[in-house]
Design a binder for this molecule. Sequence first.
Ligand SMILES: Nc1ncnc2c1ncn2[C@@H]1O[C@H](COP(=O)(O)OP(=O)(O)OP(=O)(O)O)[C@@H](O)[C@H]1O
Length: 219
Amino acid sequence: MSEVIKTVNLWKVYSDGTKALKGINLVVKEGELCGLMGPSGSGKSTLLHLIAGLDRPTEGKVFLLGRDITSMGEDDLAEFRKNNIAFVFQFYYLLEDFNVLENLLIVGQLAGLKDVKKKALEILSFLRLEDKIKHKPNQLSGGQMQRVAIGRALMLEPKVLLADEPTGNLDLDEGKRIFELFKHLNQEKGITFLIATHNTELSKFFDRIVRIRNGILTD
Ligand SMILES: Nc1ncnc2c1ncn2[C@@H]1O[C@H](COP(=O)(O)OP(=O)(O)OP(=O)(O)O)[C@@H](O)[C@H]1O
């Protein structure tokens, strides 16, 4: 199995001197559904942002699908991210003035995809949102909004999906449905996942759990 995510001696020291990550060596293999768990402030978001190329490390390297993203320039990194990585946040970041279908169409159109509408409708049907396509985000439940955000993430067929507390705003039942969806995507589409969560009740969905404390992996 190939290494989809690999970090080597990854450090992040913020400008105020906070050492958020202290030499993280992590490998996530192809097809894994991997959880990242640790207390508040332990470095989960920082690690996910560095792996996604949303921020740069102070020291160390991030390899994604075998490519060293730390040495890429901004344009190459943006192109690589677009083709390979999706990120799902706790707060869904949907476009409030657009309906559900349009929220997905825009992602495909900006990326210059063909058959954007067909693809968006397929994804929305997969997510069981076909009867909500004309709704605006403020007409949806939290769980439905997160499914739309996941739908946006799926438009570009990512190989890796990173998620930072994706169920942090949802009740347990909605959270379970989102994790069932992740499991389904993992099994059906072979997407590799690294998901940060506090919620120990959802940990049963993971193939493996990576634990972090004070910027260090603990097992
Ligand atoms: N931009 C920043 N500048 C300075 N310190 C920061 C910055 N962002 C995060 N930190 C600090 O880095 C450490 C790790 O934060 P991070 O957000 O990665 O933790 P986390 O595990 O995701 O926490 P939570 O579960 O509460 O979201 C914390 O001490 C935090 O205060």
